[in-house]
Design a binder for this molecule. Structure first.
Ligand code: AMP
Length: 440
């Protein structure tokens, strides 16, 4: 099958060819015609499937046929959970739309709002946004949705995981009811279906399998170790196994910084990527990691979301996540096509509860392996996956001061994930007032 047969016109086909794509991926083959027909879409697809082009190409095609956006108006809105993903989607929009007379822009928190307001002044055909910053801009009258034609929710499951449901509902309340809605999510859980209910109308449902089936092709191992010896063990593992590229997860930003310093001190090129890092620093770290000048990327869960770095040979859980589902997300990063990925967890005695919760979620007891010289003084108890463990399936708020759990760590410091800024912030809550009047 060719892109031309899907109904895309020459300027877009040229841009696609310039990217070196020869044929549409399965999700593109299904989503592009459906979107061009004006249908709502619910698609189960992960990063790596080509989903971004799956919605971007037909949206650009449709927008190119209509009238350009008026001042402060937006014609297509793409909501993403993280600034990284927002930036990546915006890049794709610019790349695929380079031969079209359409404008696009991206807005997310953590950077100055004024330049974003300026860009919106003349109106943009495609706006990519994280929810919180978008609400800030809306409350300051910088953006209007009267002429919105298409809404895309990208990685809807992650948006819910990250607690954006209220922000999303506020945004939905100010969008025109007559619009096309496309929803992309890695999974379609009960929560996602509930959200979708009032959102998409008679949608075309599309499901494609991820390029690498995660859990099955990932070899998972637990190294019990005392907390104080974790960094030493990680350094030993990197050196012994000569890992050239690995993604290491820590629970906190502080932990990521500290570990990065320890790796650098051991002559291992490393960089941290988390909510306190500027967009520039994150982009640079990712680029250096991809080209190999950094061997180890140390990331918090939230920062790692939306990063275009799957299929790594090695993922390490330096700390176990508080939310067991995050473990599954993390290890899904490893496993190259056709090859087995490796996910190693360094687990100290105080993380037994998290370990049990993970084992209960995945329905498997993880293999423990002691490493010579790093045998723990404080043993990790044997797992009890059958035992009821409270909250295993429910993301819970870490207690204040509890080794600043990733979520609260990011949220408490003033360097929150995009979109959370506004909760304590400057902007007025747009739906603090009757919302309906704002779109009419
Ligand atoms: P995504 O799932 O949207 O994050 O895309 C994953 C990667 O696949 C991106 O690097 C795209 O540039 C690339 N890609 C998207 N569509 C195609 C295609 N039809 N052929 C080859 N590569 C593609």
């Amino acid at each position: 099958m060719s892109f031309a047969s899907l109904g895309l016109s020459a300027p877009i086909l040229d841009a696609v060819t310039a990217q070196g794509y020869t044929s549409p991926s399965p999700i593109q083959a299904k989503a592009i015609p459906a979107v061009l027909e004006g249908r709502d879409v619910m698609a189960a697809a992960q990063t790596g499937t080509g989903k971004t082009a799956g919605f971007t190409l037909p949206i650009l095609e449709q927008l190119s046929r209509g009238q350009r956006a008026g001042p402060n108006q937006v014609r297509a809105l793409v909501l993403t959970p993280t600034r990284e993903l927002a930036a990546q989607v915006a890049d794709s929009v610019a790349t695929y739309g380079k031969n079209l007379p359409l404008s696009s822009s991206v807005v997310f928190g953590g950077v100055k709002i004024n330049p974003q307001m300026m860009k919106l002044r003349r109106g943009v055909d495609v706006l990519v946004a994280t929810p919180g910053r978008l609400l800030d801009l809306y409350s300051q009258n910088a953006v209007r949705f009267k002429h919105l034609e298409v809404l895309v929710l990208d990685e809807a499951d992650r948006m819910l995981d990250m607690g954006f449901i209220h922000d999303i509902k506020k945004i939905l309340a100010v969008l025109p009811k007559e619009r096309q809605t496309l929803m992309f999510s890695a999974t379609f859980s009960k929560e996602i279906r509930a959200l979708a209910k009032g959102l998409v109308r008679n949608p075309v449902e599309i499901s494609v399998s991820p390029p690498n089936t995660t859990v099955k092709s990932v070899e998972q191992l637990v190294h019990p170790v005392d907390k104080a010896k974790k960094a030493g063990l990680l350094i030993e593992l990197i050196n012994e196994n000569d890992w050239q590229q690995g993604l290491v997860f820590t629970r906190t930003k502080h932990g990521a910084n500290k570990l990065t310093r320890q790796l650098e001190a051991a002559n291992i090129k490393a960089a941290a990527i988390h909510g306190n890092k500027s967009q520039g620093a994150r982009t640079k770290a990712l680029a250096n990691f991809k080209k190999g000048s950094i061997r180890i990327l140390v990331a918090t869960d939230i920062a790692a979301r939306g990063l275009d770095i799957d299929q790594l040979p090695q993922v390490v859980n330096f700390d176990l996540p508080n939310v067991p589902e995050d473990y599954v997300h993390r290890i899904g990063r490893t496993g190259r096509a056709g090859a087995t990925g490796h996910a190693i967890s360094l687990v100290s005695a105080d993380e037994a509860k998290q370990l049990f919760d993970i084992e209960r979620l995945i329905g498997n007891q993880l293999t423990r392996k002691l490493v010579d010289g790093f045998e723990p003084v404080h043993d990790v108890p044997a797992s009890r996956p059958g035992q009821k463990s409270h909250g295993a399936r429910k993301p819970k708020k870490p207690k204040p001061g509890h080794r600043d759990g990733q979520r609260s760590g990011d949220a408490a410091s003033g360097h929150k994930p995009p979109g959370k800024n506004r909760r304590h912030g400057r902007g007025k809550n747009p739906t603090g007032r009757p919302s309906g009047d704002r779109t009419r």
